[in-house]
Write a protein that binds this ligand. Structure first.
Ligand SMILES: *Cc1c(COP(=O)(O)O)cnc(C)c1O
Length: 393
C-alpha cells in the first residue's frame, strides 16, 4: 500500500480498526540487503527468510528482496513447507532448504521441485542414493547440495572427517552436481570470542583438503560474520537478522550497523486514567504510584507478541499533539494491554504509540527492547501473533 497518509486513515476499506499493527517498510529491507552486499562485496547473497521472514511476512519480504537481488543470489528457509510456500510467490529464484529433507518423501519433493538443500548427516546421503536408484532426478538437471560440517558449534553438521568421503560419494552419483561446503559460527556476535578464529581455521583446512582453494564454493558467515568478520565471507554469505534491521552483535543496535528497521510495531492508547499516590497498577500490583499521576493503557500485550517480561521502565514512544514523546512502562504487561506513565505527556485515548522501530522522527530499536527483556530481537520479531495486522509500504 503506497500512501503518505497517517496510519489512522489507512484502513477505511474495512469496518474494523486495527488495535495493533506492524507497519513493514519494504524499502528498508532493500536498503539492508544492499548494506549486506556492500559489506560482502564479491560474495553471493543467500537471504534467509525462514520463520515467515523472522515474523515479517515471507511473501512480501521475498518479493521486495527479489527486486534488488543479483542473478546468483538465492533464498534460504528451513522447512519444506516454507520452501514450497515461497516457491508459490517467487518462482524463479533458487531456494535453499537449510535442514535438508527429513525422509524419502521429502527427498523426492526436494529433487522434483529443484530445491537446493543442506546435507548435514550421513543418513541424508542414503536418502539421496535411494532416490537416485529409483530414477528420481533434479527437475532442472543440476543437483545442488550444500554439505554442512561442524567446525565448533556442535549443533547441525557432520564431523569434518566424514566430509571428504561423502563429497566423493555424491560425485560418484554421476550427477551434474554443484557442491558447496557450509558451516555455521557459534559466537560471531562477540568480537572477543576466540572460537570464531578457531572455527574459521577448521573450515579453511577442510576447504583446502577438498580442493576449494579460492573459497567460491564455501559459506560460513551469517549476519554477525558479514558485519564483523570479513575473513569469513567466502563465496556465499547468509544474512538473516540484518535484513530486518536489527544487529546480531552483543550490545549493539541496528542503526549502529547502518541498518534500517523494517518492522515498526504500533498500537494505540485506549484509556488515560488518573491514578492516586499509593495506588498500584496492573497484575501482581508490582507498581505503586509514588504520586498522583496519569497512566495510559495501550492496546497491545503478550497476546500480540509484545514480550511479557518487559520490565517497568521499558520505553515506548507516544504520538500526541503532533509530537513524539518518550514514555515508559509501569507494571506488568498483560495479554491485551500494557500501562505507561504519562507524566508530562499531553496524550489522549486514540493517540498512536510506537513499541519498536521508528516513527515521527523517533527511533526505538527492537534490539533495545530485547535487551531489557533479556532476549534478542530475533525472538521479538518471531513472536508477533496473528492478531497483529501487517501493513506493507
Ligand atoms: C538462521 C540462519 C542464518 C541467518 O542467521 P542471522 O544471524 O539471522 O543472520 C544463517 N545460516 C543458518 C544456517 C541459519 O540457520
Amino acid at each position: 500500500m503506497m500512501t503518505a497518509m497517517p496510519d489512522s486513515h489507512m484502513s477505511h476499506d474495512t469496518v474494523l480498526s486495527a488495535h495493533s499493527w506492524a507497519d513493514i517498510d519494504l524499502s528498508a529491507v532493500q536498503h539492508n540487503f544492499r548494506r549486506a552486499r556492500e559489506l560482502a562485496c564479491g560474495s553471493r547473497l543467500c537471504a534467509v527468510v525462514k520463520a515467515n521472514a523472522y515474523g515479517h511476512g515471507a511473501p512480501r519480504i521475498a518479493a521486495a528482496l527479489h527486486q534488488v537481488m543479483q542473478p546468483a543470489d538465492l533464498f534460504a528457509v528451513v522447512t519444506l513447507r516454507e520452501a514450497l510456500s515461497l516457491r508459490q510467490h517467487i518462482a524463479h529464484r533458487p531456494i535453499l532448504l537449510m535442514r535438508g529433507p527429513l525422509d524419502a518423501n521429502e527427498m523426492a519433493v526436494v529433487l522434483q521441485q529443484d530445491f537446493f538443500w543442506v546435507l548435514h548427516s550421513a543418513w541424508q546421503l542414503s536418502l539421496l542414493q535411494q532416490a537416485w536408484q529409483q530414477g528420481i532426478r533434479p527437475a532442472g538437471g543440476k543437483l545442488n547440495v550444500w554439505l554442512k560440517t561442524n567446525t565448533g558449534m556442535s549443533r547441525l553438521g557432520m564431523p569434518m572427517s566424514e566430509v571428504p568421503a561423502i563429497w566423493q560419494q555424491i560425485k560418484e552419483l554421476d550427477a551434474d552436481a554443484e557442491l558447496i561446503l557450509m558451516s555455521h559460527l557459534a559466537c560471531a556476535d562477540d568480537l572477543q570470542e576466540s572460537l570464531t578464529p578457531r572455527q574459521l581455521q577448521n573450515f579453511k583446512t577442510l576447504a583446502d583438503e577438498l580442493g576449494l582453494k579460492d573459497g567460491g564454493h564455501c559459506t560460513l558467515a551469517a549476519s554477525a560474520g558479514i558485519l564483523n568478520w570479513p575473513q569469513t565471507h567466502f563465496g556465499i554469505v547468509r544474512p538473516g537478522i540484518m535484513l530486518y534491521g536489527a544487529s546480531p552483535m552483543i550490545g549493539r543496535e541496528g542503526p549502529d550497523e547502518g541498518l534500517q528497521p523494517v518492522m515498526n510495531l504500533k498500537s494505540r492508547l485506549i484509556a488515560v486514567n488518573q491514578v492516586r499516590a499509593g495506588d498500584t497498577v496492573g497484575y501482581g500490583a508490582t507498581f505503586t504510584a509514588p504520586q498522583d499521576m496519569q497512566v495510559g493503557v495501550i492496546g497491545i500485550g503478550y497476546g500480540d507478541g509484545y514480550p511479557r517480561h518487559a520490565p517497568s521502565g521499558t520505553p515506548v514512544v507516544i504520538h500526541a499533539q503532533g509530537k513524539a514523546w518518550d514514555a515508559a512502562l509501569v507494571g506488568r504487561v498483560s495479554m491485551d494491554m500494557l500501562t505507561v506513565d504519562l507524566t508530562g505527556i499531553p496524550a489522549q485515548a486514540g493517540d498512536e504509540v510506537l513499541l519498536w522501530g521508528q516513527a515521527w522522527g523517533a527511533s526505538l530499536p527492537a534490539d533495545r527492547i530485547a535487551r531489557l527483556c533479556h532476549t534478542i530481537a530475533y525472538e521479538l520479531f518471531c513472536q508477533i501473533t496473528a492478531r497483529v495486522e501487517y501493513r506493507y509500504r
